[in-house]
Write a protein that binds this ligand. Structure first.
Ligand code: ZN
Length: 504
């Protein structure tokens, strides 16, 4: 390694260490900290974020990059060092464009808006939250102005979550997805086939839930040496190093949702755990983007965790842990219930098919909010009309409508689409890996996930952030983002459960 690249790596390593410290503090806040600790913790996290930004956006980073770039011309463009310099340059260019004062204003505004949103949701009162959203949108517009004009303003927001993705591309993907999904869901609902699922209301004693989660996670690849599982309010995965993976969940006695949530967060955690150790302490040492990350969590939660092979293996154990609830439920009935389609107002409670419609709706709302076509005061009406159109439901109140998600209160506009893009990518990857691993169902049914973990490590995880998300998808699947595999996967599974005619 040349001296100039070594110097850049050393400089970036301290920034990476500081970010990992911040993630431990944030994990602690959400799992362990006494509630009154929040004031001190906010100061600590704000100070760290300031130090990280100041150091990274400094002239020194620019000088180190200039020198390192002189050395990368001769390198293989796929080499770690060439990717390191390229990705750091991109991040640096973005970090330099936004004044520290605007960043501070944005983070202050979201800290203030969050409790107001929580109160507005509790009271189901949009008018309480509306001024906060207006302020947040005004700040996003100032943020957009920091950058060179893009094809659409929304591109600039999207790029923070999904580097290189354009609004027009997402729009085209989602248009094709909804053209397939809306009629599929309608067909399912018209089929007359009833899928009994009342047994999914429990009761499920928490100790038995925890034991069931451990059993599945340990088969997946969770080890006590490198992972933790703790309770929180909003489940998430966090890491402060490839061998310090922390996933969280939330339990309720009337649901086994936590089981699926654990599988989901495991997928996020495994991605971070399997990044090549040579990329540690560099900006490349983590997942490629939110959509790629979500493809990994969805794959373990849905493609694996809602498959027939999976439940053939794990249902007998689950049934034994909850004998009263599952006494008269055979594995096939459980499998059908785990895949039931039931439109609901609430995104996080929705099934694998209708979930994507919730995201498409939010993506359209956000574009309208940024262009000004949907002013903040009109958001609930526009929202309700879309829910009616896509899901056939009448939204009863704002709490179950436009106030349900935390994202806008945090100023995260451009984030939602990565959830459905993750589903799209997961299905593309699944198609590819089933072709590569013809015995996959048999190994899942045997509870052996090593071949799946190894495939994901070699094709996706080890690269970390080396490649742009779309480039990575092309390398793995041979094609650009494409909703057809997701539509075919859903059609195949739901068609069988609901007795639908094969697609024409
Ligand atoms: Zn996720």
């Amino acid at each position: 390694m040349s001296q100039s690249i070594a110097a850049l790596r050393e400089w970036m390593a301290t920034i990476s260490d500081l970010s990992e410290v911040a993630s431990v503090l944030s994990w602690d806040q959400q799992t362990m900290m006494a509630p009154m600790g929040v004031a001190a913790r906010s100061d600590q996290l704000a100070t760290l974020a300031g130090v990280i930004h100041e150091r990274f956006a400094s002239d020194e980073t620019g000088r180190l990059l200039d020198r390192a770039e002189k050395e990368t011309g001769a390198l293989d463009p796929d080499s770690d060092d060439a990717c390191l310099v390229r990705v750091t340059r991109r991040d640096y260019g973005k970090a330099r464009r936004v004044p520290a004062s605007l960043r501070a204003e944005m983070s202050r505004a979201s800290a203030l808006a969050r409790p107001i949103w929580a109160e507005a949701r509790r009271k189901s009162d949009w008018s309480m939250f509306q001024p906060e959203l207006e302020k947040s949108l005004a700040l996003r517009r100032r943020y957009i102005e920091c950058f060179e004009p893009a094809d659409e303003d929304y591109d600039i927001l999207l790029d923070d979550f999904e580097p290189g993705m354009k609004t027009a591309d997402v729009r085209a993907i989602f248009a094709e997805l909804s053209r397939g999904l809306v009629p599929l869901v309608a067909e399912v609902l018209r089929s007359g086939e009833t899928v009994r699922a009342s047994f999914l209301d429990g009761p499920f004693p928490l100790d038995a839930q925890r034991a069931a989660e451990r059993e599945i996670l340990e088969a997946y690849g969770f080890t006590r040496e490198s992972w933790r599982l703790d309770d929180t309010v909003h489940p998430f995965a966090s890491r402060s190093g490839p061998d310090d993976i922390r996933i969280t969940t939330r339990h309720a006695p009337d649901s086994i949702h936590s089981l699926f949530s654990c599988m989901h967060e495991f997928g996020h955690g495994l991605y971070e755990h399997q990044v090549d150790r040579a990329l540690r302490r560099t900006p490349l040492g983590r997942g490629a983007s939110l959509a790629i990350h979500e493809s990994q969590s969805r794959l373990w939660e849905n493609q694996v965790g809602r498959s027939r092979a999976f439940w053939r293996r794990f249902y007998p154990g689950l049934r034994a842990r909850f004998p009263e609830v599952f006494r008269s439920v055979e594995v096939e009935e459980f499998y059908r219930a785990a895949n039931r389609v039931a439109p609901t107002f609430i995104r996080v409670d929705s099934d694998e098919a209708t979930y994507n419609l919730h995201i498409i709706l939010r993506f359209e709302m956000e574009q309208g909010m940024i262009t000004g076509a949907i002013p903040a005061r009109d958001v609930p009406d526009a929202w309700n009309a879309k829910v009616k159109e896509y899901l056939g439901l009448d939204v009863p109140d704002a709490a179950r409508g436009a106030l349900q998600d935390i994202h806008w209160s945090q100023g995260s506009i451009g984030y939602f689409s990565t959830y459905a893009l993750g589903n799209v990518v997961a299905a593309q990857i699944w198609e590819r890996l089933r072709a590569d691993l013809p015995d996959l169902d048999a190994s899942i049914e045997a509870g052996d996930f090593a071949p799946l973990r190894a495939w994901l490590r070699d094709r996706i995880h080890r690269h970390g952030r080396k490649f742009a998300p779309r480039d990575l998808v092309r390398r793995v699947t041979g094609s650009d983002l494409d909703p057809k595999p997701l539509l075919a996967y859903l059609r195949g599974k739901l068609g069988e459960i609901y007795g639908l005619a094969p697609a024409r």
